[in-house]
Design a protein around this ligand. Structure first.
Ligand code: ADP
Ligand code: MG
Length: 348
């Protein structure tokens, strides 16, 4: 195993932090580039560079300090990733990023593979919504830059389309699904084509933010198999390298739909740190740094709870039981709805 790889990570939040911890275990040096001066990953990485995404001295420094670049979130300007790619390898490939940060391109890509999503259409004007009333009740989602339910509006009927709305950006309109359940599949693909996946994880959202994740997911064998097969198909088709997360809806009548793709490790995969021999973060580092792959072995069932906002104060004082593992992301300020930490509980 090479121990001389310097891994650049764009983004300094909790996902970046947890990636740095996994890299350290593999003797890989990490350099974080964060546009947030207070990014908590500075406490976990070897070098921390604070800079906006522009071609400047700090970016030159980042590029010169690393061998490979990855990222903790997908909403990074593509031009910026392309700029880096001219000099250093960026994995997962920015082409994938372009798809995953644009709901229209993402759903088109998934549908063209013969995989179902919700019914949807592309929206530029209020008139487009009128023409697509069959999708109401629905969710109008900003085509780019949404996360944790941000940039989404529920449209029960045309009355909800406000007169004063100006459509300055583009949207998609998605039919509202009667959800039975949500699951995610986290799959790792190595450059030799090896694919390793965790069993589907069941996700419970509150106010469109992930609240809890657990394994085993309470799903049929058929849904289990179909979810893994679709994730494999997507990863193979993209010649993907690294960890990919596929979020799914299971409808009240039992249909499996892809909700969205995240070209990265995922909040729902935090339980992999304790519940499996190799975490999603370690798998990502291994795959992008071209290290050996290792079979995934499950250690335990588990449940992960997100700690949001001011809840963190209570959790910091908690006496942990022997099956409980707590992560304080060490963010400077709690804010309502902000992900501040998580607790994983191992179960029989
Ligand atoms: P984000 O990019 O913010 O994660 P998602 O599209 O995944 O956006 O939406 C966040 C959550 O909102 C989903 O996990 C789901 O709980 C709910 N949601 C989104 N779209 C729909 C839909 N079409 N029908 C029902 N619930 C939805
Ligand atoms: Mg989502």
């Amino acid at each position: 195993m090479s121990n001389s790889i310097r891994l650049g990570v764009i983004g300094g939040g909790q996902l970046g932090s947890l990636l740095c911890v996994a890299a350290k275990k593999l003797n890989i040096e990490t350099v974080i580039l964060s546009d947030d001066k207070d990014g908590p990953a500075q406490k976990f990485c070897d070098h921390f560079i604070y800079s906006k995404y522009e071609n400047n001295e700090k970016i030159r420094e980042f590029i010169s300090k690393v061998d490979i670049v990855t990222y903790e979130f997908e909403n990074i300007p593509i031009d910026f990733l392309n700029l880096i790619e001219k000099e250093k390898k960026v994995l997962p490939n920015p082409k994938i990023n372009k798809i995953a940060q644009n709901r229209k391109l993402e759903k088109t890509f998934v549908n063209e593979l013969g995989i179902n999503t919700t019914d949807w259409t592309y929206i530029k004007t209020a008139e487009d919504i009128k023409k697509n009333q069959h999708l109401l009740p629905g969710l109008l989602k900003s085509n780019t830059l949404g996360y944790d339910g941000k940039g989404q509006f529920v449209l029960n009927s045309l009355d909800d389309v406000k007169q004063d709305w100006c459509f300055t950006s583009d949207y998609i309109l998605e039919k509202k699904v009667n959800l039975k359940k949500e699951i995610s599949v986290i799959i790792t693909r190595y450059s030799d084509g090896t694919m390793l996946y965790y069993e589907p994880i069941e996700n419970i959202h509150k106010n469109q933010i992930l609240h809890k994740s657990k394994i085993p997911a309470d799903i049929s064998e058929k849904i289990f198999k179909d979810a893994i097969d679709s994730a494999k198909k997507i990863a193979a088709n993209l010649s993907y390298i690294g960890v990919l997360t596929v979020e799914y809806f299971i409808t009240a009548n039992g249909k499996l739909l892809v909700n969205e793709l995240a070209p990265r490790f995922h909040n729902s995969g935090h339980l992999t740190i304790e519940a499996f021999n190799i975490s999603q973060f370690e798998n990502h580092v291994r795959a992008i740094c071209n290290l050996n792959s290792m079979q995934i072995k499950k250690i335990s069932n588990a449940e992960m709870r997100n700690v949001l906002g001011f809840e963190i104060q209570k959790y910091k004082k908690r006496n942990l039981k022997k099956n409980e593992f707590f992560y304080d992301y060490q963010k400077k300020e709690p804010r309502d709805g902000r992900k501040m930490g998580h607790l994983t509980v191992l179960k029989d």
